[in-house]
Design a protein around this ligand. Structure first.
Ligand code: PEP
Length: 255
């Protein structure tokens, strides 16, 4: 599979951090540091920061995403935000199925599938997160878990629509823990995801799809992870909140 066929994407996941004023400040720090990036650069921010982030990124190469979306366009879903609402404000990316949404907020493979459908129907680029718990890795069922999560989420997504899907392999045990998957572990699962895409959609689609790694990626380990043949970028939590660290990861992905 040819890595040159796809662009690396470095996406920050700010989680529940930053007020709108702080978001503007962080983006203003990031912008000059990443302006010559050889990869796509995205910041996925809390809903209340979207307006500020969109304003701060006008005319730059930094794209803005949300961290989740609901599948219905509108209705009685207190506290939710729809993909249509995101599109209407000019948001272009959205994270779908992050493990924190699955673990703490009841997201399931089926709701992830519905959210992905809505994101695609609204022209958003979706960052679909999949990943195993430590117990699942220890049981030796990582590949089965990842295949099941990915297959269910992609049900009904056409090859054309797949062009708007990025898959992020995020081992749950590595998120926010400081425990990174080794470069070999990350590449092994990313390759298994690409092999599944090949089975479902064919080689051309598998060659094209961006498969990120996420889980305690930082300025120190990014280069080794991103050098792997099947790692096409990263979804970055903690390190995306520090402009210099985030920029160092973008630089590593730009090589
Ligand atoms: C994430 O939230 O997607 C993530 C990978 O977090 P961290 O980089 O902090 O492990």
């Amino acid at each position: 599979m040819n890595k040159q066929l796809r662009k690396a994407v470095i996406a920050g996941n700010w989680k529940m951090n930053k007020t709108p004023a702080q978001a503007t400040q962080l983006i203003n720090e990031i912008k000059p540091l990443v302006k010559d990036a050889g990869c796509d650069v995205v910041v996925c921010v809390p809903y209340i920061d979207l307006q500020a982030a969109l304003a701060a990124t006008v005319g730059t190469n930094v794209k803005v995403g949300a961290e989740n979306c609901h599948w219905e366009p509108s209705g009685a879903f207190t506290g939710e935000i729809s993909a249509e609402m995101l599109r209407s404000m000019g948001v272009t990316y959205v994270i779908i199925g992050h493990s924190e949404r699955r673990t703490y907020f009841g997201d399931t493979d089926l709701t992830v599938k519905k959210r992905l459908r809505a994101a695609i129907d609204n022209g958003l680029t979706a960052i679909l997160c999949v990943g195993e718990y430590l117990e699942q890795r220890e049981q030796g069922i990582t590949a089965e878990v990842i295949r099941t999560q990915t297959k269910i989420a992609l049900g009904g997504i056409s090859e054309k629509e797949l062009e708007k899907v990025i898959i992020a392999y995020e081992p749950v045990w590595a998120i926010g823990t400081g425990k990174t998957a080794t470069a070999e572990q990350a590449n092994e699962v990313n390759k298994a995801i690409r092999d599944l895409i090949c089975e479902l959609y064919g080689k051309a689609a598998a060659d094209k799809i961006t498969v990120q790694y996420g889980g305690s990626m930082n300025a120190g380990n990014a280069q080794e992870l991103l050098a792997q043949p099947d790692v096409d970028g990263g979804l970055i939590g903690g390190a995306s909140l520090k402009s210099a660290d985030f920029a160092a990861i973008v630089a590593a992905a730009s090589k």
